[in-house]
Design a protein around this ligand. Sequence first.
Ligand code: FRU
Length: 738
Amino acid sequence: MKINKLNTGIVVSAMLLMSCSSQDIMIDDFESGTFDKWKVEGDAFSSTPAKGSFPGQQDVKDFQGTYLANSFNGGDDSRGTLLSKDFTIERNYINFLLGGGMHSDTYIELIVDGKSTYITRSIVESESLLQMTWDVTKYKGKTAAIKIVDNQRGGWGHILVDNIEMSNTSKSNIMPDYTLSFDASMNYLLVPVEDQGPESSVQLSVDGQKVGVPMNIRVSQTKVDHWVPINIEAYKGKPVSLTFGHVKKTDIGFAQIKQSETFDYDYNEKYRPAYHFSPQYGWMNDPNGMVYYNGEYHLFFQSNPYGSRWANMHWGHAISSNLVKWEYKPTSLAPDSIGSIFSGSAVVDKNNTAGFGKDAIVAIYTSAGALQTQSLAYSLDKGRTFTKYEHNPVLSDPKIADFRDPKVFWHQKTNQWIMSLATSQTITFYGSKNLKQWNKLSEFGEGIGNHDGVWECPDLFPLKYNGQLKWVLLASINPGGPNGGSATQYFIGDFDGKSFNPDMTIPYPVWLDYGRDNYAGVTWNNIPDADGRRLFIGWMNNWDYANFVPTLNFRSAMTLPRELKLANNGKHVVLANYPVHELESLRSETVLLENISTDKEFVIEKLLNVNNGAYELEMEVDVLESEEFVLELQNKSKEHLDFIFDLKNETLNVDRSKSGIVDINEKFASVVSKAPLTKKDKYKIRLFIDSASSELFIDEGAVTQTNIMFPGEPYNSLLIKNKGKVLKINNIKIHKLK
Ligand code: FRU
């Protein structure tokens, strides 16, 4: 083809035009050494850009050239703003380098046509700048300005910015303030989760208005382990959106978020218990707000509805009429601007002392925000829904960081509510006439019991012993448990409405359960006098490894509900804890075996013909001259869980080192769990197995060991080993449980 001069000219200029329109346009790289393009306010940025760091600042890295905008002038406390001149958006992206603190008051903002469009913060606390990008495709041709703000005093109260440019290339893999929009037409937004991935902050908005506080969700980056639902049922017909603190372009999850009418939570997981309470889906820890009212046992619990690891504390809820079968109820309390909802209790306000209404169920819980404070919420519909008290919090003490887990009861004698509160490593008691104003009564715990960790989840209640009224104080501690990590210690003594005085005849520390997996347990309020029992439930896990146990769509179960009694273990008074009699209704089949007498070994080959991993063993042991006997539960894969009655050393040891999956982390099976066991002629033993848990009770709960385990298949044989002369085992019963 013959190209004439004129034509060539057109081609060349068209090419030039093309390349021109794709060239980057620098808004400011600060290399002029001036803020000529900016309106400067305050002193944080100084009057000119910085050459790297200011005095007293760590090395500032990864900016370009000689200068950058740095708000550390005068240190972290200085505050100030840079506002750019207006410019027209001419490219698809604005790229910039960003570093400094992650506070809400240190940010870079894009304003388009006078409206705030992006507000972006550093995604790590760092003096190294990271490449960030705003997608401005839809704002092309519009007038914009950039504001760089440091309105923050104190640690990491500064921001670093450099190289702000318009470009047709998005230079960052990180998309800050990334928003997904939907027209809500179904019940849920389903979000894919990567269980061990990092958390993203996700804000739900409806009609452009934020709803609640941001959720922390481990949105899938490389794989989908399970899904979590965000309920949008109430917003059908409205525009809803999810704004992520940031996403990486390579993340696989955010683009898969979809609407759905249903949420399928039942993954038919191998380690789902048959007869223990476990959450429908998501994470669970402490039992909370346990109260009996109108024929119903309420069980609230620490819950993360957006993942199977600890985060976003809500109060989940379930109700039972018999402590055996639980019905799931909707989540009761969700995080708000003063914090997430940590542990606490619930009372029935029979005399309307708080003014919320007669018989209101009042929840008293910790609001865990920047500070831990105590708050109230009340229910006038038998615990179905709660309204938060408008003047929360009702109790604060800025001097104490660990200030939580209020357990409240009505103390008839002094005619007031008593709150036991965990205060670092003591329990502080407060009194109140109306649940709203609290005054400090006393503090207990210094110099007594175990102090290797933070005290949590107290409970104070009366129990009769030999016709005498005693008071028991529970104080969970983590770490510091007798076998590592979390456990619940108790004190026995007297309480006069003001202070608790422990009986010093008891060899403190003593523990409610010597197993590794019974934590943060407390008792039900408002059990009718006619019943008179003190009923307890604990969280069947340990902070040492709880976030990593091998379940996926849910994590953790509660212990069996237990009745607490004072008993004597042959040496001193103990807090016995024993499964409630209602659980006997679970027995669907019972086998009574012949009595056994052995001086060495005996095997019960098959505990059950069909063993789904849910059963109870009962037996009575005649020790005679045995020095040690072992009950070893086994499965066909040669996994075994060992209960070792070491009579010489007077300990009851549970060894789960060969029990199945044990490489959960280094703490899971590193120790044999030991409990003190007084030497006696006879022991009455009850052992409950439910898929991934074992609860062993000796002599009606005078000694207990609760330990979780993850066998490849149910243990279906029992090997009995004896050291020393003959051992007799009588009345062996195997109950299959529903
Ligand atoms: C105990 C605990 C409590 C706290 C809650 C938070 O396991 O640490 O002290 O309220 O968990 O989920």
